[in-house]
Design a protein around this ligand. Structure first.
Ligand code: NAD
Length: 261
């Protein structure tokens, strides 16, 4: 069930990467419900799910969604998505950098068990891909007189959860990218912020954690319940909108009060 936040994105065009996962799909539906037109993107293997998502979101309205395949490590894919944004919706106002190696991390592994390939693949998608996506959309934002980037981080970057060192390091690097890009792009009226979710009870989390892990984790929150993708919508849409006008370079933790750092 998608939230319908009161943030108004009518007339805005937003690109979402990694859109077909449970969380990305929630962003797409919420953005369309808030009035935005959305370029939903994900890797080629997800094309069927992506098309279904775009149809479902457009049916919700009042905005529209189209799906196109984008591997965020491909400059060509990103350039083609930027062209699509211009052709279909006349430009672009915001990017949700949500794509990541997360579900495919597999079970937790120690520092010594991780391979160089594990490390490189995760950093390449999560960090390099986020930077590549920002690079690809920046000219479109400048064309419109400004834009907003929301980089999806994770509270593990602050908490340092064991068993996923490569993923933790990648999300800490995303936080650094948020600050650096905010400083550099402010001159173009482009704001760059982050949202760091806590553990979400979605199918990806179920795939990589033991049974009952999310329920146990929830007990350590100030708001002691499990978190759903819809809990992220308010923060993401706020940062993607003009409403957050003078906020840049920040990463907001959305985790029900679990990590205070
Ligand atoms: N689920 C959680 O508990 C949780 C917690 C904190 C942060 N996050 C972050 O939230 C985001 C969404 O997570 P999710 O739970 O939906 O995980 P997920 O693994 O289901 O979603 C990630 C999406 O990224 C896509 N992707 C992977 N490699 C890609 C590439 N090279 N190019 C483009 N897309 C690619 C996948 O196809 C998938 O749709 C991720 O950035 C994740 O790190 C999730």
């Amino acid at each position: 069930m998608s939230s319908r936040p009161s943030i108004d994105l009518t007339g805005d065009v937003v690109m979402v990467t990694g859109a077909t996962g449970d969380i990305g799909a929630e962003y797409v539906c919420a953005l369309v419900s808030a009035g935005a037109d959305v370029i939903a993107t994900d890797v080629a293997q997800t094309a069927e799910a992506g098309q279904e998502l775009a149809d479902r979101a457009t049916e919700l309205g009042p905005g529209k969604a189209v799906f196109t395949t984008v591997d965020v490590t491909s400059d060509d894919d990103l350039a083609a998505a930027a062209v699509l944004a211009v052709e279909r919706f006349g430009g672009l106002d915001a990017l949700i950098n949500n794509a990541a190696i997360y579900r495919s991390l597999g079970p937790k592994r120690s520092l010594r068990e991780l391979s160089n390939d594990d490390w490189d693949t995760t950093l390449r998608v999560n960090v390099r891909g986020s930077w590549q996506a920002i690079k690809a959309v920046t000219p479109l934002f400048i064309e419109r007189g400004g834009g907003r980037v929301v980089n999806i981080s994770s509270t593990v970057a602050r908490a340092g959860v064991p068993g996923f060192a490569h993923y933790v390091a990648s999300k800490a690097a995303v936080d650094g990218l948020t600050r650096a890009a905010a400083r550099e792009l402010g001159a173009h009226n482009i704001r760059v912020n982050g949202v760091a979710p806590g553990l979400v009870s979605d199918s990806a989390t179920e795939a990589i954690n033991p049974d009952g892990y999310a329920a146990r984790s929830a007990q350590t929150r100030a708001l002691a319940r499990e978190m759903t993708p819809s809990d992220l919508v308010g923060a993401v849409l706020w940062l993607a909108s003009q409403t957050s006008g003078f906020v840049t370079g920040q990463t907001i933790l959305v985790d029900g009060g679990q990590v205070f750092a």
